[in-house]
Design a protein. Sequence first.
Length: 524
Amino acid sequence: MSAVPHDDHHHEQHPYWIKRWLFTTNHKDIGTLYLWFAMIMFFVGGAMAMIIRTELFQPGLQFVDPQFFNSMTTLHALVMIFGVIMPAFTGLANWLVPMMVGAPDMALPRMNNWSFWILPFAFAMLLSTLFMEGGAPAGGWTMYPPLSLQTGAAFPFLIFSIHFLGLASIMGAINVIATILNMRAPGMSLMKMPLFVWTWLITAYLIIAVMPVLAGAVTMMLTDKFFGTSFFNAAGGGDPVLFQHIFWFFGHPEVYILILPSFGVISSIVPTFSRKPLFGYSSMVYATASIAFLSFIVWAHHMFTVGMPLGGLLFFMFATMLIAVPTGVKVFNWVATMWRGSLTFETPMLFAIAFIVLFSIGGFSGLMLAIVPADFQYQDTYFVVAHFHYVLVPGSVFAILAAVYYWLPKWTGHMYNESLGKWHFWLSAIFVNLTFFPMHFVGLAGMPRRIPDYALQFADYKMLISVGAFGFGLAQLLFLYIVVQTIRGGERATSQVWDGARGLEWTLPSPPPYHTFETAPVVK
Ligand code: HEM
Ligand SMILES: [Cu+2]
């Protein structure tokens, strides 16, 4: 608990429970709410993954029926994307952006409250479909018509929950932009901002640009189903492929929404534990902006097999490959930051280094997928599943874990248990590879994704993958334990926490008072 000496006349320090958490406009409390929400959804989505891996442990159908299996893959993806990674990053933004730019709070605190509280309602709506007639949505998180139009009573709930999720993230993004552009402390010019702030600024623009596109696509589907339109209905003169184009015009920038803030996190952590400033700061900013721009012109690499003119295939292939250039700049800069640094390997640094190595593996398999003739083979196989899990799990999720270990002492005022942190890291790093690396092999051998059963030839690898997944899932319970333990006590953290840490948030006490930077700091 933070005991704060001053400013008692215009604010009660800690209003009572309901008032504090339900009505809060404080960026730190809202950050905490987001992070706990993400943690809970991580275990909800994780439980779904365990169901998937239990069914796939052996060939033959044994645990769940195929319809429910498909609901699990669909909901697992939606929960992990919209319920875990995006809220976790928004929680980090809430906690950190004001403290990093020297602002007292987010620019629009009341809207901030709404952007969080819409989320639990949206997910209650989405998850309630599990109990509806016809079952939960089962057509994949990409919701392609005509398949997804076969959803039962759950269909409008799926669409409306997506509307709400989009609304919540657009409101959050507006807040981030308004805070960064208007509330920086004197002297904090744009090119002095920490990279976490830069990557979030660019992410926020991506969110505002593409969430309405997703909302549009699902609304068109809604009117096709209930109001007699035929946007995606070939019989009425429409085209189901149009949905794929609109969806991926959202979807590809979305995958960068899920990764750019990680780049900011890694760019904060690597310099601290290398005790050197970040190598190539401005090239990092430009690389992030280039990736964001390119993310708008590559969408059709998700649909190479729909039957496109050769010119289209070539354009999307080469544009996709171009993304490897700014991504390479980033990886180079992280490695150059570590080069000849005086490195230490505390838990946040371990997760950050694993991120650099394993995210790069995901980038390489992405390049392989971008090669059109090769993609004709890989499309809709486990190779794609391997690719995106490498960028999302040891990518985004590891970056979030790294961030929590790195800033938790700042937030709580206590050091976490370093040896338990290391255990969590090594268990996660080993099991994540055991889970996702063999997926490349079964994918190349032709195992299709989103199917509850498979040919006997895949049995050994599939069992190994399931063992890896159970191990990874269990290891995350250790993370929950470590976080709770740190909140409840532990060695006191200093203001700076890490001796190589630089930036405004480390000038505040740990934990920082409820209100910080009421008078703006001066940045030289
Ligand atoms: C060098 C960077 C990257 C390249 C070249 C690349 C390329 C590709 C390609 C070509 C596909 C389509 C494969 C297919 O369906 O046949 C794909 C799928 C996917 N990628 Fe990437 N990618 C890259 C980075 C990322 C990142 C950073 C993320 C997320 C953080 C990501 C997430 C995904 C997801 C979620 C899918 C599968 C979508 C689905 O079908 O459900 N990718 N990627
Ligand atoms: Cu893509």
